[in-house]
Ligand binder design. Structure first.
Ligand code: ATP
Length: 239
């Protein structure tokens, strides 16, 4: 059974029709990349899954249950956790306090804060620092750690590299590779195609809110034409 299955999903902001009959599937322990250029509808897709955009049609199944009419809280309590593009760490709380809040909000079993510090050594050194004093990369790590401490059944990462310096992107890549090695199911959106494809096994390309292509990452490495057509990038290096 799939962890997540979208069938003919349409999404709207008010009267603006953004997603058109979108299909998407994520299997257990898979890392799936959702790619597309600026404004293609990647964030909207994630928000539609989490219920943040209530105006949705079609089927959204999580572990076989239709969640398309469920509230944000109900979907979160099922273990669907979004790390939003804008990060949203609590600025006045320390790193540890930020993690405690996430841990205490968990509906099911939460993970241990010390376990998170093992995964995120950068945060270990910053335990007592307040959110507002962290760099963009450190905030992104904290944002991912807060989602992970809730032991998500499905982790949604919205453009995690957005605005980060290349050296920080490398650090984030190391951490996320470690995370996905721990059998976490992930749907990741990225404009940084190389970053996403290095982590993922399968990919979807969406264009103007519709499915444009789907396949394995290996297949996509053979299709530079798609990258030119839909992602406006020159090339992707195979591993
Ligand atoms: P980006 O990389 O820019 O985040 P994206 O693929 O995530 O791109 P979305 O943010 O999902 O794209 O935006 C899809 C479309 O929805 C765009 O045309 C955008 O202008 C529109 N849109 C986004 N947010 C809203 C909103 N709150 N109200 C109305 N339209 C919106």
């Amino acid at each position: 059974m799939s962890v997540l299955e979208l069938g003919d999903v349409n999404g709207y902001y008010g009267n603006s029709h953004i997603l058109f009959d979108l299909d998407l599937e994520v299997e257990q322990n898979e890392v799936v990349a959702l790619l597309g250029r600026n404004g293609a509808g990647k964030t909207t897709t994630l928000r539609t899954i989490t219920g943040t955009i209530p105006s949705r049609e079609g089927t959204i199944e999580f572990r076989g249950d239709d969640i398309s009419g469920d509230s944000v809280d109900a979907i979160s309590n099922r273990g669907v956790k979004l790390v939003p593009e804008e990060r949203r760490v609590f600025p006045t709380l320390t790193v540890t306090e930020n993690m405690k809040v996430a841990r205490d909000m968990t509906a099911g079993d939460a993970r241990d804060i010390e376990e998170m510090y093992d995964v995120f050594p950068v945060l270990d050194e910053l335990r007592e620092n307040r959110g507002r004093n962290l760099s963009g990369g450190e905030q992104q790590m904290l944002s991912v750690a807060r989602a992970l401490i809730q032991d998500p059944d499905l982790l949604l990462l919205d453009e995690p590299t957005e605005g980060l310096a290349p050296v920080i992107v490398d650090d984030l890549y190391d951490v996320l590779s470690d995370v996905v090695d721990r059998d976490v199911t992930v749907l990741i959106t990225e404009q940084n195609v190389d970053f996403a494809l290095d982590l993922a096994e399968r990919a979807y390309i969406i264009d103007k809110g519709s499915n444009a292509w789907e396949g394995t990452v290996d297949q996509l490495h053979e299709r530079e034409d798609l990258l030119d057509e839909y992602l406006s990038v020159g090339s992707v290096e195979a591993d």
